[in-house]
Design a protein around this ligand. Structure first.
Ligand code: PEP
Ligand code: MN
Length: 345
């Protein structure tokens, strides 16, 4: 099932990316984040305004002031806004400001809240409770649907297990399982499962490989100063790099009638898009290598390295049903472009 939020289609054919800070902290913070999202063509801006914190003395979110910042920033940048509410009264306050409501892991069992979201017919991002079974999660979505609201996106964000190596344990199997047991798209939140920055990319990859329909990632202009979840929030440069690495996995893949000309052409289009994104990853790495070469005063051209790459690829050419001659021609072009870019600096 595909769902539409503010004109944006979400589902297996259209992977969703939601990004933003754990909590809205200031206009400047959210403005900078929104600009980054626009540059990266990410349409959904998240920002907590009512934070469910373990400790009562911790920062609880800016409340309505945060909602105003989220709403004006999202509108200014034509982004779709997402925020979490913990109660029905917060829902009443937040609904006029935002495009999508998040029910967090701690509230998945709050049935009166789910019913109220159902009645309000506002798009919902429903996280799995960290102690909830898949069936309980599916049943929670049903509370919303039964009130007439089927605009639901599920989100796997990690469950509690005995491990203390990560904040939670991302339940990879839950992603394909929930997609069989319920009709809604399911995305993955690597940030809360990870609890640390370096796990965000591998967990995103794992979730997408398992069939997640997108990702939600926390990003902050200065994670060391974040008022919540700084340890898992990515700075802008890291986030941009992570998104570049994920781009080949976030390609729209239109379905259509299997085997028909239109469906096959649509698949070709999405393979071309993936190639495009992979090439962009490759040239980003080329640029970084170019910087190192410059620092070490090494020449841009490295014939031995080119030969080694070609040799390795040609050895595996027949496995991929490519001819070595085709690989040589293709890489002549790629190497030429890579060197041009490194020379440019
Ligand atoms: C969040 O998304 O900021 C959040 C609190 O997530 P969770 O409910 O998954 O802990
Ligand atoms: Mn958070």
């Amino acid at each position: 099932m595909t769902i539409t939020v503010k004109g944006r289609v979400i589902g297996p054919e259209n992977p969703l990316t939601i990004a933003g800070p754990c909590a809205v902290e200031s206009e400047e913070q959210l403005e900078a984040t929104a600009q980054l999202l626009n540059t990266l063509q990410i349409p959904f801006l998240r920002g907590g305004t009512f934070k469910p914190r373990t400790h009562a003395q911790s920062f609880q979110g800016l409340g309505e002031k945060g909602l105003r910042i989220l709403s004006t920033t999202a509108q200014r940048h034509k982004l779709v806004s997402v925020t979490e509410v913990l109660s029905e009264s917060q829902l009443e306050l937040a609904a006029p400001y935002v495009d999508m409501i998040q029910v967090g892991a701690r509230s998945m069992f709050n049935y009166p809240l789910l019913r109220a979201i159902g009645r309000r017919r506002i798009p919902l991002l429903l996280k799995r409770g960290f102690g909830a079974t898949i069936d309980e999660w599916v049943a929670a979505a049903d509370y919303v649907a039964r009130e007439g609201n089927q605009t639901i996106v599920l989100c796997e964000r990690g469950i509690r297990t005995y491990t203390q190596s990560s904040r939670f344990t991302l339940d990879i199997a839950a992603i394909p399982l929930v997609k069989v047991r319920s009709p809604y798209p399911c995305i993955v939140d690597p940030s809360h499962a990870a609890g640390s920055q370096e796990l965000v990319l591998p967990l995103s990859r794992a979730g997408l490989a398992a069939g997640a329909d997108g990702v939600m990632i926390e990003v902050h202009p200065d994670p060391s100063q974040a008022l919540s979840d700084g340890s898992q929030s990515l700075d802008f440069a890291t986030f941009s790099a992570v998104m570049r690495h994920l781009a080949p996995l976030l390609v729209p893949t239109p379905q259509g009638v299997p085997g028909s000309l239109t469906a096959l052409r649509a698949q070709i289009d999405s393979v071309d898009e993936a190639l495009h994104r992979l090439l962009s990853c490759r040239f980003a790495l080329v640029r970084e290598i170019g910087q190192i070469k410059r620092q070490l005063s090494l020449p841009v051209e490295d014939r031995a390295r080119e030969e080694a790459i070609l040799d390795a690829l040609k050895k595996r050419a027949s496995f991929f049903d490519h001819s070595p001659a085709f690989i040589s021609r293709l890489y002549a072009l790629i190497f030429q472009e890579a060197k041009r870019r490194q020379k440019e600096g």
